[in-house]
Design a binder for this molecule. Structure first.
Ligand SMILES: [Fe+2]
Length: 291
């Protein structure tokens, strides 16, 4: 009999409050044109705001007593930044000594220039955070973590992309998965924002950030399709994601993509927060909790 909670969060993105503060009027206006809700704020130096957010979250987790925590990517703003990684280690990393914390790779953790993973960036990520695609079990349920940055831009690592797809296929179609009460997937990029067959073009309500190609917020259709097929064949119902820094739920033919606002700097109207997911034998429900 299963009856437990877990936490799903995304984008603590340590360092972003500093980068997104103290901007000039033009830079702010450009970001707002792209529907990025940048706040007018004097320059924030250092990582204090992220430290506050992370401590608040950990305090709140004391009452929730989650079975585990999944961090859906963008732990840091700048891949490889020692201070940013150190703050994640001191907070979520320490919490993980007692309660399992499962990391998911985000574009800011594993992408060169926040976009394209290569051999060095993936090896560095693995040395800091462990595997980037893997699965784990809790009670009778199965949880699968994907590296969506590799799905987004696999050009420098085609073999890793192939390996990840094989692992996803094997894991989903294993007897163990088929017998699981729930099979849940976590990734950084939302698989889609509206429907599974949407093109890699921007919605008016979700344009890509300045200087990015259309489709920045999701997994490109070419590599989304095979993933969706595998998930549908295995009757997976829920994919949790982040990357968009606001809450959003899209559902297509029984496959739900749940996007959770940032634990760090929010880019929409939703405040910073995380999701509490409640799992029982025949139900999986979730609610967003404001920090
Ligand atoms: Fe991201």
């Amino acid at each position: 009999m299963s009856n437990f909670n877990f936490i799903q969060m995304a984008d603590p993105q340590v360092g972003m409050y500093s980068r997104f503060s103290g901007m000039d009027i033009e830079a702010t206006a450009l970001l707002r044109e792209h529907k990025l809700n940048v706040k007018d704020a004097p320059k924030i130096e250092g990582l204090d705001q992220e430290r506050i957010n992370l401590s608040k979250a950990l305090e709140q987790f004391e009452e929730i007593t989650p079975a585990f925590v999944v961090v859906c990517g963008d732990m840091v703003d700048q891949a490889g930044d020692e201070d940013q990684i150190a703050l994640i280690r001191e907070t979520l990393g320490k919490y993980g000594v007692n309660i399992p914390v499962h990391w998911v790779a985000g574009n800011h953790d594993i992408g060169v220039n926040n976009l394209i993973p290569n051999r060095d960036s993936v090896d560095f990520y693995r040395s800091e955070f462990g595997d980037d695609f893997y699965s784990f079990n809790h009670d009778e349920s199965k949880f699968i973590v994907l590296n969506s940055v590799l799905l987004d831009r696999p050009e420098d690592l085609p073999d890793e992309h192939k390996l990840q797809m094989e692992l996803l296929g094997d894991t989903l179609l294993s007897r163990e998965s088929l017998d699981s009460e729930h099979v849940v997937v976590f990734m950084h990029h939302p698989l889609f924002l509206n429907n599974a067959e949407e093109a890699d073009a921007d919605f008016a309500w979700a344009p890509s950030p300045p200087n990015q190609l259309p489709g920045y917020w999701t997994v490109p259709l070419e590599r989304r399709r095979p993933v969706v097929k595998l998930l549908r064949d295995a009757e997976v119902q829920t994919v949790f994601a982040g990357h968009w820094h606001r809450n959003h739920i899209a559902s297509d033919g029984g496959l739900e993509v749940v996007v959770t606002s940032a634990l760090g700097y929010p880019l929409g109207d939703d405040p910073s927060g995380y999701r509490v997911v409640s799992v029982s034998d025949d139900d999986l429900s979730h609610r967003f909790r404001v920090l």
